[in-house]
Design a protein around this ligand. Structure first.
Ligand SMILES: [Zn+2]
Length: 257
């Protein structure tokens, strides 16, 4: 994987945002492999498809691309809020490629993929409506909140200029593909919240009590649920049944490697 943009393309355009779009699309087209099946080729949709920008010709996974200058940051600005929520509810959202670039060097600084099965309403933030003075007054956009996505759902091909091996990317992708089966968004939300708690614990082995310590935090997210602990135990069971965790002894779990 070569992190440099093709500089010859840049000279053809004047408008900055157009230059970035052309450079980043060209880069994905030439450098990025499919994280789902490993196919070396990812193609750009010929016509302007409303939701996705790229697809894998081998496994048909679809990808939307967003680019940003410098750092990845905490939020990614995306399109209309309502469209996003509709897409999540009908589960026709694509996977998400995110690229951050260093414009002075004309190269990619970070590149990550967020699998579509990590998209639940809790990672989407509604933005303020555009003011009356704006061309599209009243229009409401959205942000994707990165910290609300478990680490396993932020898969970096390149992190701070350092490339990760392809084998690793594909294995991280596979580890959570069981989430695709869960089409009920609220059930999936519980699974992802539990994964996020496990991330926060920051260790390979942990006890049930450490997970229960987040009961209050979850009670705020799910005010109508009176059985938070039962729910958490159930999620750990599902994560274990799908090979994301293994069970060491009573009340003790380990993250599968
Ligand atoms: Zn593929």
């Amino acid at each position: 994987m070569n992190s440099a943009f093709n500089p010859r393309l840049a000279s053809k355009y004047k408008n900055n945002s157009q230059i970035i779009r052309v450079l980043s699309e060209d880069w994905v087209n030439n450098q990025v492999y499919c994280p789902n099946c490993g196919n070396e080729e990812i193609n750009h949709f010929a016509s302007n498809k409303p939701v996705a920008d790229f697809y894998c010709p081998k496994c048909a996974e679809e990808y939307e691309l967003k680019s940003k200058k410098d750092t990845v940051g905490n939020k990614i600005t995306d399109g209309a809020y309502r469209t996003m929520i509709e897409r999540l509810n009908s589960s026709n959202n694509p996977n998400f490629f995110f690229l951050s670039y260093d414009i002075s060097k004309l190269e990619v600084k970070n590149f990550l993929v967020i699998p579509k099965h990590f998209f639940v309403p809790t990672i989407i933030e509604k933005r303020k409506p555009l003011p009356p003075s704006a061309k599209r007054a009243g229009w409401v956009g959205c942000n994707i909140i990165l910290k609300n996505i478990p680490e396993a759902g932020r898969i970096y091909y390149i992190k701070n200029h350092i490339e990760l091996p392809k084998k690793e990317i594909i294995s991280i992708w596979k580890k959570t593909s069981f989430l695709k089966k869960q089409t009920d968004l609220s059930a999936k939300g519980w699974l992802l919240d539990t994964m996020r708690i496990i991330d926060k614990l920051g260790k390979k082995e942990f006890g049930l009590d450490e997970v229960y310590a987040y009961e209050k935090e979850l009670a705020k997210l799910y005010p109508n649920n009176k059985h938070i602990k039962d729910k958490l135990r159930q999620q750990l069971q599902v994560l274990r049944d799908n090979g994301y965790l293994s069970f060491i002894s009573r009340g003790k779990y380990q993250i599968a490697s």
